[in-house]
Design a binder for this molecule. Sequence first.
Ligand code: SF4
Length: 92
Amino acid sequence: MNSKGVMPVHSNIGWLLPCCYADTVHMEQFSILLEEHLKVENAESIEAILESDNWKQFYETILNDYENAPYVCKYRCTKGNVWPTKLYPDNK
Ligand code: SF4
């Protein structure tokens, strides 16, 4: 859970995602979390997914590597929040 109270969610395609904002047509920005071994049906447990190197790397990126963070993270969870629809005007 982040400081805004957002918790990981189970997507309708079978993977955990860090929040519902990640569950968009731009999900490829979260590709580090979408490897086959991280699919819920393939993992040993939910904890194993969340404690995987992929998830640790993802958190490291959003906390300390702003330039490489997903767009939705930059604009949804940084100062001056902008809704993703403003980022992707073609995605109404
Ligand atoms: S930083 Fe990214 S993953 Fe985390 S809550 Fe915000 S949009 Fe979701």
